[in-house]
Write a protein that binds this ligand. Structure first.
Ligand SMILES: [Ca+2]
Ligand SMILES: [Ca+2]
Length: 204
């Protein structure tokens, strides 16, 4: 957050975690399209393919910013940026209420000097970053297609600060994945959520 160096810059007055859910309590209150599964001894929301999931959080304390952090697991053969009409792009997005605030791509694909399926994360689409850029964990097996292979699930902690003052908010996440050459697209590429945290911030 901003630190006050002169009196005209806002300073944080209060900062409060208003929602935190890692699904260990099987809590899907407020969710639309909420579903749970256990994977690698962890309860996750998912798994999802070309779907949207949201959580409505109500009666927030007075605030003018929200910091939304979503821990996402990207499973199996995501292809990132390439717009070939067959494999990608593989988009993931998030937003609040009816506003999309972030649209990016992820890639779990091999990257060599002669061939690389780049991803946009940690930036917005379209940016060319190497696969798994910005990941917090990469040494996990895939979920389905590459369930027997290590390094085919990648964990990201996606964090966004938004201007917001309404006492209610709906946070949504979703994906638009393309796997036209796959007999089973959901097995080919999917995603799940390990944690969602919302912090209400009031500046003066
Ligand atoms: Ca794929
Ligand atoms: Ca794809």
């Amino acid at each position: 957050m901003m630190i006050s160096v002169t009196s005209c810059l806002p300073t944080v007055e209060t900062e409060q975690v208003v929602y935190s859910n890692n699904f260990s309590k099987l809590d899907l209150a407020g969710f639309e399209n909420g579903k749970l599964f256990v994977w690698q001894k962890d309860t996750l929301a998912g798994y999802y393919h070309n779907e949207e999931v949201s959580v409505a959080i109500q009666n927030l304390p007075a605030h003018n910013y929200l910091k939304i952090t979503v821990d996402v697991l990207v499973h199996d053969s995501w292809d990132g940026n390439p717009d070939d009409g067959i494999g990608g792009p593989d988009f993931w997005f998030m937003g609040f209420d009816n506003t999309e605030i972030f649209r990016t791509t992820f890639s779990n694909s091999p990257c060599e000097s002669t061939y690389c399926l780049y991803q946009s994360y940690p930036n917005d689409y379209f940016r060319q970053n190497v696969p798994k850029s910005g990941a917090v964990r990469t040494n996990l097996p895939g979920l389905c297609l590459f369930g027997a292979s290590q390094n085919y699930t990648t964990r990201y902690s996606v964090s966004k600060l938004i201007s917001h003052s309404n006492p209610n908010v709906k946070v949504f996440m979703g994906a638009e994945l393309l796997a036209a050459n796959s007999p089973d697209p959901v097995c080919d590429e999917s995603w799940s959520i390990a944690n969602i945290e919302v912090v209400a911030i009031q500046t003066n």
